[in-house]
Design a protein around this ligand. Structure first.
Ligand code: GLU
Length: 476
């Protein structure tokens, strides 16, 4: 089929939404209310750079305010446009609802190639964009809370937080105006790797679902499974690294901007990442075969395919040739609606974006709560927890005297058992719990309803149901 038939990203999200609501019993008015994007603000602003004035275009779109604040990242990329930002904002609504992060959906973007600017220039541009948004409450702890996305990270979030604080000098909750900040500027442990960690937890939970595994034609454990990842940015890198280091999966392919690397025996994710940092691309990396047309590697044999880069990389043009039995959408919208249809017919299981990459916003939620409570997680209870564990250990070891034979608990056990949870452990526990519960909700719909063929539809059903309930509770 020609690319002309390919629905746009926004149309894809709409089509997927329609497929799900067709199976629901929503009043048509409410269906439309949930579908539409409430508002999109477009701003053009000038920044004095390199002896001239350069004009930038940015967006912040609010899809649904059934819960406030609304939440979603800000991306810096040349391809940013209103349609894309609106589609991404809609996905945020469904994503937050699915993982029970109490937010409406929003997204922002700035048309810029961040690699063209130095740090000082980027700071000027980011602060100016933040000023424009904050002025209109599109950055605000109780109204709209951005986060990192493609092309942005901790550094940009710190600038945004500081810009907001300068404009709202007496707001005690100023730090909660944005998430994904560095730890020393109000961030939370584990946020940087949260989305990749969430992908790992999602896969672990999928591998605990025998019926789902059967549908994908997979058996066994994550260990030894062949994984191809597209994009070694923040999300792809962490997902691949954790799967390799902690689950024993074999990363057989890494696709990047300038081509791909393949090695059936496995690629060392950290070594490839370091190579890219030094050389600007994967080409020349010694321990692998280099494939110039990276997109071809999406079609290679593997057990799990992780598109973690751009939208629409699996489309009408290549879906038929994609061999992976399981695709997990670490990026937003990597599979078009047309490709989704083809893959569904082939029996490919797709773990959808709104669930697969929800780890980011989940930990953002924890960060926001931390900022509002003005205290690090675990600060009050950690030592008390340790003291109680010590009591148990002392009591048990004391029993050995009573029993007349002297023994003590193993040092390894004691060390692990006695240590109270710090913030990072609590964040991981909260994220794991969130990913498990959300999967189980989707799974029950997927396996329990004859009219639901796939996890994406199940995800939409679970999520739209909650959004609808919240609108109904408001009297709509
Ligand atoms: N940009 C991320 C996403 O698309 C994170 C959003 C957030 O933390 O608010 O889910």
């Amino acid at each position: 089929m020609s690319a002309q038939n390919e629905p746009s990203f926004r149309e894809s999200v709409d089509l997927m939404f329609s497929r799900a609501v067709a199976l629901m019993d929503l009043p048509p008015g409410l269906e439309e209310k949930i579908r539409v994007c409430n508002a999109t603000y477009t701003v053009r602003f000038g920044v004095r750079l390199r002896g001239g004035i350069k004009t930038f275009t940015g967006y912040r779109s609010v899809h649904s305010e059934h819960m406030e604040p609304v939440k979603g990242g800000i991306r810096f990329a040349l391809g940013v446009n209103q349609d894309e930002v609106e589609a991404l904002a809609a996905l945020m609504t469904y994503k937050c609802s699915l993982v029970e992060a109490p937010f409406g959906g929003s997204k922002g973007g700035l048309c810029i190639d961040p690699r063209e600017y130095d740090e000082h220039e980027l700071e000027k541009i980011t602060r100016r964009f933040a000023y424009e948004l904050a002025k209109r409450d599109l950055i605000h702890p109780s109204q709209n809370v951005p986060a990192p996305d493609m092309g942005t990270g901790e550094r940009e979030m710190a600038w945004i937080a500081d810009q907001y604080a300068r404009m709202n000098t007496t707001d005690i909750n100023a730090r909660a105006c944005v998430t994904g900040k560095p730890l020393n500027a109000g961030g939370i442990a584990g946020r940087v790797e949260a989305t990749g960690r969430g992908v790992q937890y999602a896969l672990r939970e999928f591998f605990r679902d025998p019926e789902g595994m059967k549908k994908a034609g997979l058996t066994g454990k994550l260990s030894g499974k062949r994984v191809i990842v597209q994009g070694l940015g923040n999300v792809g890198y962490h997902a691949a690294k954790f799967l390799q280091d902690e689950d024993g999966s074999v990363i057989t392919g890494i696709i990047e901007r300038d081509g791909a690397l393949v090695n059936a025996k496995g690629l060392d994710v950290d070594a490839v990442r370091n190579w890219i940092a030094e050389h600007g691309g994967v080409k020349g990396y010694a321990d692998a075969t280099y494939v110039e047309d990276g997109s071809k590697v999406l079609e290679e044999e593997c057990d799990i395919l992780i598109p973690a880069a751009l939208e629409a990389v699996i489309n009408l043009g290549n879906a038929e040739r994609v061999k992976a039995p399981l695709i997990i959408e670490a990026a937003n919208g990597p599979v078009t609606a047309g490709a989704d249809e083809i893959l569904r017919k082939k029996g490919t299981v797709i773990i959808p974006d709104m669930y697969a990459n929800a780890g980011g916003v989940t930990v953002s939620y924890f960060e926001w709560v931390k900022n509002l409570s003005h205290i690090r997680f675990g600060r009050m209870q950690r030592r008390q927890e340790e003291a109680r564990h010590q009591l148990v250990v002392d009591e048990l070891e004391g029993l050995s005297d009573v029993m007349g034979e002297k023994w003590s608990l193993g040092d390894g056990f004691k060390e692990k058992y006695l240590r109270g949870a710090d913030e990072l452990e609590l964040v991981r526990s909260g994220l794991d719990d969130t990913m498990r519960i959300a999967y189980q909700a989707m799974r029950d719909v997927w396996h329990g309803r004859d009219d639901v063929e796939d996890l994406r539809t199940a995800a939409y059903l679970v999520s739209i149901d909650k959004v609808a309930a919240s609108y109904r509770a408001k009297g709509l």
